[in-house]
Design a protein around this ligand. Structure first.
Ligand code: URA
Ligand code: SF4
Length: 247
């Protein structure tokens, strides 16, 4: 898919989200928040759901949690425009309550389609609800800062998922803020790791005579022998690599 095709496909999904009535959250939203970012990025950040400010402006992570996310990104030399940022539910839960399972399920196809279009190398989950989509059954206190292969059923055909605390939790608790800076420091290495895996998957397909697709493609990934859920979380590559300006 070309950059322009990706942009168009993401805009089609966003247009559907803006008028969606598939769950009760549409009744109380001001604006739906489809997500935004570089359509050609390798990294997607997935939060929980819009808050007060996001609901008013229709853009993700623009309040205090967003400010912290921008600072966390800056600590590894990235800007929010370099990545794609979205949420598990695209409409604000009233009074910032937790999204309910039926709301998450109703909204899931939008995130899945965004992932199919973006075909990210790394999915960074922010908080428990996002983690639950990509690392079912995991506990955030145990898996934050670690990576696993993503189940291709999520729409991300060949990605590693990297779990982080939600920035709002980091705003409340200094120890979590410190952990968040340490965790995001490992994301560039996870991206390098994921690139290597994707290249290896494409080479395997070529060696096996699978018709060559644009590497790295979703189809190559789906056919890759990657186990969807390894027994235990692997710590993110910690071979301190200082020079990791990947964007
Ligand atoms: N918190 C989220 O989870 N998402 C946003 O977009 C903003 C705050
Ligand atoms: Fe539709 Fe998702 Fe908004 Fe529910 S949260 S109304 S499913 S866009």
């Amino acid at each position: 898919m070309t950059d322009a095709e990706r942009r168009t496909a993401l805009e089609e999904i966003a247009a559907e989200v803006r008028v969606c009535t598939k769950c009760r959250l549409h009744q109380t939203r001001t604006k739906a928040v489809p997500g935004e970012g570089d359509p050609d990025t390798e990294v997607i950040f997935v939060g929980e759901g819009p808050g007060f400010n996001e609901d008013r402006q229709g853009r993700p992570f623009i309040g205090r949690a967003g400010d912290l996310l921008v600072k966390l990104l800056a600590s590894i030399g990235w800007r929010r425009e370099d990545v794609f940022i979205t949420n598990v539910v695209k409409c604000r839960p009233p009074d910032n309550r937790d999204p309910q399972p039926d709301e998450i399920a109703a909204c899931a196809p939008y995130l899945r389609r965004q992932l199919e279009v973006l075909d990210p190398a790394v999915v960074v989950t922010l908080g428990r609800f996002s983690m639950g989509t990509f690392m079912p059954g995991a506990r955030i206190s145990q898996v934050h800062g670690t990576v696993r292969p993503v189940d291709p059923a999520t729409g991300a055909g060949a990605a590693l998922v990297f779990a982080m605390y939600h920035p709002a939790a980091a705003l409340r608790t200094p120890a979590i803020e410190r952990d968040s800076y340490a965790d995001i420091g490992a994301v560039p290495a996870a991206l390098l790791d994921s690139r290597r895996r994707r290249e290896a998957a494409v080479e395997t397909d070529v060696a096996q005579g699978t018709p060559e697709a644009d590497p790295p493609s979703a189809s190559a990934a789906i056919e890759s022998p990657e186990p969807p859920s390894p027994p235990a979380p692997t710590p993110a590559a910690d071979d301190a690599t200082p020079q990791l300006t990947l964007f």
